[in-house]
Each structure stands twice: as structure tokens, then as C-alpha cells.
Design a protein around this ligand. Sequence first.
Ligand code: AMP
Length: 173
Amino acid sequence: MTTDQLKALVRDVPDFPQEGIVFKDLMPLIGNADAFRSTIEHLAEWARPRSPDVILGAEARGFIFGGALAYELGCGFVPARKPGKLPWEKIRATYELEYGNDSLEIHADAFARGARVIVLDDVLATGGTAKAKVELVEQLGGIVVGALFVIELAFLHGRERLANTDVQALIAY
Ligand code: AMP
């Protein structure tokens, strides 16, 4: 499927989770077998030549795309989770959302120093979440070889916060 066809399966939900936010709901795309497979193939096409050792994705939608992408590429997957969810020794980064603040944690032994990491998420909005993931990778001595998204809300200029990172999104608004 083309990225325009995939875009047609993204549902706009006005005023969710709060007034003034237009939430990009990817559930219709994920629930469609052809669209989900095609999305993973498009993501993999960009990611493969960058030879990642692991994909780093945040809960919850980053797990859905990240797990499938890691499987497609034959690399590992590292979950970034909300505080208190991971059982082992961990590191933390705090970030701002389009709506609110939050923190993400990864295990301190999630990957080796020098590992090649692609940070992945469903939506690039202000870039705060992705920047926090880049910081987590760098804290552990990993190399960010790309920041990959299904959707980019270009009007929020998230790319500018990822200035030194190679950024790609399949669908832009
Ligand atoms: P940000 O840190 O501002 O780039 O926000 C990115 C994170 O927030 C992603 O994990 C998205 O899932 C979520 N997010 C932010 N804005 C939206 C939106 N308009 N629609 C759907 N998800 C969003």
C-alpha cells in the first residue's frame, strides 16, 4: 500500500485527550492486516540500511510498531516504559508532551556500549518524547542511527529538537 493509502486509515479524533488536541488514532491502520504489514515494510525499508542492533520504542503504541519492526529486521527490541514498570536496574529521562509531562525508563543493561539504536514512535509531535529516548540511548553509550515515526505533525516542528539525528516519518501533516 502507498503511504497515501495508509494515511486514509488514520482517524482524527478532535479534543482527545483534552480540548484543542487532534489525536491521530492509528487503531484502524493497525487493525487492517494489509495496512499494518505495509507500514512495517515501509519502516523497515528506511531502517534496514542503518543496520540497527536494537529498536527502542516507548509504550504503548511504540511497542506495537517497534516489536513488529524488530522482528522484520531481525534485531532486538528495547521497551522504554513509564516509571515503576521495569523490574531491573534502570535509567530515566523526563520530557514534555504536547499535553503534559512524563518520564521514561529503560533497563541499564538494555544494550551494550556502541550499540546502534533506532528510536521509534507512532507520532512525532513536539519531539520531547523522542529527545528523551535519544538521551537514554546516549546515557548508555549507544549510537542513535535514526529516529523513525509513522506520523509527523510537522507544524509542531519536532524535528528541530532532534537536530543532530536522522529523522524519518512515513506520513506528514
Ligand atoms: P511529543 O513528545 O510531543 O513528540 O509526543 C509524542 C508522543 O505523544 C507520541 O508517543 C504520541 O503517541 C503522543 N502524541 C502526541 N500528540 C499526539 C497526537 N496529536 N495524536 C496522537 N498521539 C500523540
